[in-house]
Design a protein around this ligand. Structure first.
Ligand SMILES: [Zn+2]
Length: 385
């Protein structure tokens, strides 16, 4: 089984400059190869092979016409040329459109690293030739810091290491060959109730609160709303002639700020989901039961849609499912109409009309009182057994 990891990089200024140079060189090599292929194609000549292109590129590299080419790792251009050849092959197989040139404006910033040259530790990654100084490279002074510690397994073989820029940050993604657990986990089965008040309530009593209600997130959201309003107001102000909207330097600046907040929020939520799903899997329950959430139905409720979207239930379930698979845990999805909240855990009585506002379930039959979400989680656990 293949497992992929994507972790943000924290480069210093010098490293950041180099990353842009690497991405620029990859773009250069890709476009160079594309131009060659297009010329051949337009002239009705044969498709140029990867081997021939690389040979020609090496000549170009050694010619000294572009001296900076020598400061960038060979593997970066090698992979970029291969990408271009693949794009053309896919086009000939009618699997993709006619390949177009990569552009800085469109945000094409990415490059590959050689699988043998890349080095990853718990905290850092070393990319080939990122430092122009040999001494620095050897003395490991130029390793790039990873934003998340111990996320990527070390001492394994990496596939397709790729470095990309998303407009704000640089990211490292790698794929690792992984053996899933063969023996089944043997802990207590677990039921999980997902919701808005708390993200997840587990049948063992563990509660994971809604991160969107924390101070940090609330403050960021407030900032986001204020910026959004100010940006649209600026657009209105510029639109004096009533013709077209133009972007001023100020608007560009504000929009970049807005994008930064947006990314930050998305990162906080995603990290939180990863933390929780990993913690749940780490307890090694023999099975995990989740509700088959009617997310689309919930989204149509305009009072809830925003909150539902922020919780990312699908993503939560996706993480549980793949992480469970690695650890030999069975995942059960309960039927959408299974009355997990409405059934009394003590006597099995079903309350037909349970209002959403009833946070504590009072059983009319046996008098039992229990938190509504915890009851749902316990019922879900029972569903699987
Ligand atoms: Zn009861």
């Amino acid at each position: 089984m293949l497992k992929s990891f994507k972790v943000m990089l924290v480069p210093n200024n010098e490293q950041r400059t180099r990353l842009f140079q690497f991405a620029g060189t990859a773009r250069f090599a890709y476009n160079w190869a594309l131009r060659k292929e297009r010329e051949a194609h337009d002239a009705g000549e044969k498709f140029i092979s990867n081997f021939d292109l690389r040979k020609e590129f090496t000549v170009l590299r050694n010619s000294g016409e572009y001296p900076w080419l020598k400061t960038i790792s060979n593997n970066v251009t090698k992979q970029a040329i291969k990408d271009c050849v693949d794009a053309f092959t896919n086009f000939f197989k009618k699997q993709s459109r006619y390949p177009r040139f990569k552009s800085k404006r469109r945000g094409d910033f990415s490059f590959y690293q050689d699988t043998d040259k890349i080095r990853i530790t718990a905290t850092q990654v070393k990319l080939e030739m990122i430092s122009t100084s040999r001494r620095k490279n050897r003395r490991q002074l130029n390793w790039i810091r990873l934003a998340e510690v111990e996320r990527i397994p070390v001492g394994v073989k990496y596939k397709q290491p790729r470095i990309t820029f998303d407009g704000l940050n640089w990211w490292l993604s790698v794929t690792v060959e992984f053996e899933p657990e063969k023996t089944q986990a043997d802990g207590e089965p677990l039921g999980i109730d997902l919701g808005i008040k708390n993200l997840a309530v587990c049948s063992d009593g563990t509660i994971y609160p809604n991160i969107n209600k924390t101070k940090t997130v609330k403050r960021l959201k407030k900032k986001q709303r204020r910026l959004q309003r100010s940006v649209s107001r600026k657009y209105e102000m510029n639109n004096t002639k009533g013709e077209s909207y133009s972007k001023t330097r100020n608007i560009i600046k504000s929009e970049r700020k807005l994008l930064r907040i947006h990314h930050r929020l998305a990162n906080i939520r995603q990290n939180y989901r990863h933390q929780i799903t990993s913690a749940i899997i780490g307890r090694k329950p023999s099975s995990i039961t989740l509700e088959d959430l009617n997310v689309r139905g919930m989204m149509s409720n305009r009072h809830l849609s925003k909150a539902v979207q922020e919780q990312g239930f699908y993503e939560f379930r996706r993480q549980i499912e793949y992480k469970a698979q690695w650890s030999g845990i069975i995942v059960v999805i309960a039927d959408r109409y299974y009355p997990s909240s409405k059934t009394c855990v003590a006597c099995g009585h079903m309350k037909k009309n349970l209002r959403l506002s009833e946070r504590i379930y009072h059983c009319e039959n046996c008098g039992n009182e229990i938190d509504r979400d915890l009851q749902a989680a316990i019922n879900l656990r029972r569903y699987a057994s």
